[in-house]
Design a protein around this ligand. Structure first.
Ligand code: 3HC
Ligand code: NAI
Length: 699
């Protein structure tokens, strides 16, 4: 049983004990109901306290139970809350650390609530594409007021208990305890005080009105419109809270219930729930146990103060970890530092960073031109030019100067990490840390595990990633790792679409309508079209039979590298990022098409989306099969956090699962018939073909 029952004198204590966060799965719900029955049947018990063991009161409904039969099994959460409300003896919630979702709803069913200071309070269901489904939309407005409650429900944001108790007229918490350690004792004392007070107060009996009525809800609907673009939940949260103000309590509960069930089955909610679990699964490595001893990282060195080096350094400064940057020349260091300052100053100007914090961060940064000064750093990250000879020289120096046990990382985006490791006499200490540009902003970090990378190095960098607020995904060694290897195929398809009749703007629009943050051509302009050009030139010699459209090369031959040159697939006005279609580029594409003797055809948005997304999926299936990615969900995380794939689709693999792998394979077979496309590429990867044939999914 994952809830324990104990009697202390005349007080019964029910302790939720379902690690890690006391999710309210079936056995916990049953435990609460049983404890309540026992307490009410015991004449010696005068009052009941409910609390949580470990690091939460409760994180809410058990997300891992969603979709399983036990989720629906009685007692469900609403029934359990009904049991609390119907108790003949007072029930006090002793809340600490985390009270979220169903956990907060459970507490709202108690007669009294005592919270420890610093408790994180939220109804975060909207972040899972849901709304609170056990009375949260009906009870929270009754104790906090309609507006503050709706704000919490629609945003899902966490508010600290200390803030909430200060809200005028709030009835959410009866009291703040002195500390988290004392909350249970104080709740028991409070329960004794209230043991004989009748009638017992119920949140459901409180009034719930907004003075502006309809006008307020109209305003609220307009406010959530932007958030609701691809997600139905936020607007429906408004409907449910409005019902709390207009209907009797039980009728409001019925409205909430209907919406909750409807949302539970939407693709959007399934995607968000998938991503919640996928993100947490990504941080675990099958053969590296959670208790693997880690190396201490208290200082970091960064080699190269260019685009990436500066951004990488900022991540550590932000986390309070001192950084020493090394360059070849003082001017390069000065330039790098000036860029870091400029970035921080922009944050200060936007009031996102306080002046003293900025100064504090800069004080953690030092520079050097000498490798010998790096000998005290616990870790070094190399971000020099992408040339194997340069990397070799740098890693030989690092091998010479770094102290034993230091982690040697490379930010290479294409080179072989095993080869880089072999430049040293300690390949077990070498790992790839592939940050994405801008490195101080982008959440994704591909951790490239070399053949010889030690397990404790992996454990250390995965936990370090959390410290610097990155979402880390492990990749094996291959050209492009997970993300860029897939994007190469996506870019190739983009080229074929131009050859066959599309304009860059048409392709981008279709992909942006699908939900991508940016279509492939705007993305190329942002990243720099010269990067892809360099890779293709390498491919032309290494893989001469790989088929490419020539349009991107023609574009680069005109020097149209993208935003950095003010011109790429589109034109750009200095200081702005708006992509303005360029007639010459369109003419260039048409001319090239003519030179190939192709009669353009009208290509539907559906075909554009399918060809581009399924090209990612097919390459990803190869990546999975080769063991470069350990799980399909890791690939989804890479695309969500690194490539602007829409969260409501749950990543390319989740999207393919939703479409059905059989249908994906059928579409690929169709694309393979197109003489202007690459029939060889469209052969479904063996893993994909197998799963499709067996009616299975990636995830
Ligand atoms: N159910 C089951 N497991 C949960 C969970 C939940 N509600 N919330 C967190 N976990 C698990 C995570 O999966 C993870 O498991 P793992 O160790 O096996 O990977 C573990 O708890 C720790 O999670 P985090 O890494 O996120 O730990 P943090 O300490 O950083 O954060 C937290 C803890 C604040 C509770 C955070 O996990 C969180 O925000 N959880 C989501 C809470 C939520 O969305 N609740 C609403 C659920 S829906 C609901 O209640 C419906 C109801 O209205 C009917
Ligand atoms: P950059 O050209 O902006 O910066 C490289 C810096 O390294 C320069 O300041 C240069 O002076 C310095 N440098 C070169 N050789 C050196 C040496 N021997 N010792 C010390 N410093 C040296 O390059 P960028 O874009 O920062 O790329 C760096 C690395 O990051 C490359 O491996 C690249 O592939 C990788 N990367 C780049 C991304 C991007 O979008 N720019 C994204 C992810 C990875």
């Amino acid at each position: 049983m994952t809830a324990q029952y104990q009697v202390h004198g005349d007080i019964a204590v029910i302790t939720l004990n379902n690690p890690p966060v006391n999710g309210l799965g079936l056995s916990t719900r049953q435990g609460i109901a049983d404890g309540m029955a026992q307490a009410n049947a015991d004449a010696a018990v005068k009052a009941i306290v409910i609390t949580g063991a470990g690091k939460a009161f409760s994180g809410g409904a058990d997300i891992k139970e969603f979709g399983k039969p036990t989720a629906l099994q009685e007692p469900n959460l609403i029934s359990v809350i009904g049991v609390l409300e119907a108790s003949g003896k007072p029930v006090v919630a002793a809340i600490h650390t985390v009270v979220m979702g169903g956990g907060l709803e459970l507490a709202l069913g108690c007669h009294y609530r005592i919270a420890a200071p610093g408790t994180s309070v939220a109804l975060p269901e909207v972040k899972l594409g849901l709304l609170p489904g056990a009375g949260g939309t009906q009870r929270l407005p009754r104790v906090l007021g309609v507006e503050p409650a709706l704000n919490m429900i629609v945003s899902g944001e966490t508010v600290k208990s200390d803030m909430l108790v200060m809200a005028p007229g709030q009835k959410l918490f009866d009291k703040l305890s002195a500390s988290a350690e004392s909350v249970l004792e104080e709740a028991m004392a409070f329960a004794r005080e209230k043991a004989d007070v009748r009638p017992l107060p119920l949140v459901r009996d409180l009034k719930c009105k907004h003075p502006l009525g309809d006008a307020y809800f109209q305003f609220a609907r307009n406010m959530v419109k932007g958030m609701s673009k691809n997600f139905p939940a936020p607007a429906l949260c408004v409907d449910a809270v409005e019902a709390a103000t207009k209907k009797k309590f039980d009728e409001g509960m019925a409205v909430e219930r209907d919406i909750f069930i409807k949302l539970m089955w939407t693709a959007e909610s399934k995607s968000l729930r998938h991503l919640f679990l996928a993100e947490r699964a990504a941080s675990k490595i099958a053969d590296v146990p959670a208790d693997t001893a880690q190396r201490a990282i208290n200082s970091v060195a960064v080699i190269g103060a260019g685009t990436m080096g500066g951004g990488i350094a900022m991540n550590f400064l932000n986390a309070g970890i001192p950084v020493k940057m090394l360059e070849m020349k003082q001017e390069a260091l000065d330039r790098g530092i000036a860029t870091i300052r400029k970035n921080y100053e922009a944050q200060v100007a936007k009031k996102k960073l306080k002046q003293d914090k900025y100064e504090q961060r800069m004080s953690l940064l030092s520079t050097t031109l000498s490798y010998d000064e790096l000998n005290t750093a616990d870790m070094v990250i190399e971000a020099v030019f992408e040339e194997i000879g340069v990397k070799e020289a740098v890693f030989k120096e690092l091998d010479r100067v770094m102290k034993p046990g230091a982690i040697l990382a490379s930010n290479t985006s294409t080179l072989d990490v095993n080869k880089i490791a072999a430049f040293t006499k300690r390949p077990e200490d070498v790992v790839g840390l592939h940050f994405f540009s801008p490195a101080n902003v982008m959440k994704l970090l591909e951790v490239v595990r070399g053949e010889k990378t030690a397990k404790d190095v992996m454990a250390t960098v995965m936990s370090l990633a959390k410290k610097i607020k990155k979402t880390a995904v492990v990749s094996g060694v291959c050209d492009g790792f997970i993300g860029n290897r897939m994007i190469e195929q996506y870019g190739r398809q983009g080229g074929f679409l131009l050859d066959e009749g599309c304009t860059p703007a048409q392709v981008d629009k279709a992909m942006e309508k699908f939900g991508m943050a940016m279509g492939p051509f705007r993305m190329g302009d942002l990243a720099g079209n010269d990067i892809g050009w360099a890779i293709r030139k390498r491919r032309y010699t290494e893989q001469p039979d790989m088929k490419y459209s020539k349009t991107a090369d023609l574009l680069c031959e005109k020097g149209r590298f993208g935003q950095k040159t003010g011109a790429g697939w589109y034109d750009y006005v200095p200081g702005k990022r708006d992509a303005i279609p360029n007639a010459e580029v369109v003419a260039m594409i048409e001319e090239h098409r003519k030179s190939l003797g192709i009669t353009p055809r009208k290509i539907s948005d559906e075909e554009i989306v399918q060809r581009l997304v399924f090209s990612l999926v097919n390459e990803a299936a190869h990546i999975l099969e080769e063991g470069i990615a350990a799980k399909a969900s890791d690939i989804d995380i890479v695309y969500i956090f690194g490539y602007g794939f829409p969260a409501h689709r749950g990543g390319p693999m989740n999207y393919a699962d939703e479409v059905g792998l059989f249908n994906v394979v059928q579409a690929m077979n169709r694309f393979a018939q197109n003489p202007l496309d690459d029939a060889k590429f469209w052969q479904p990867a063996p893993l994909l073909a197998k799963l499709a044939a067996e009616g299975k999914t990636f995830n």
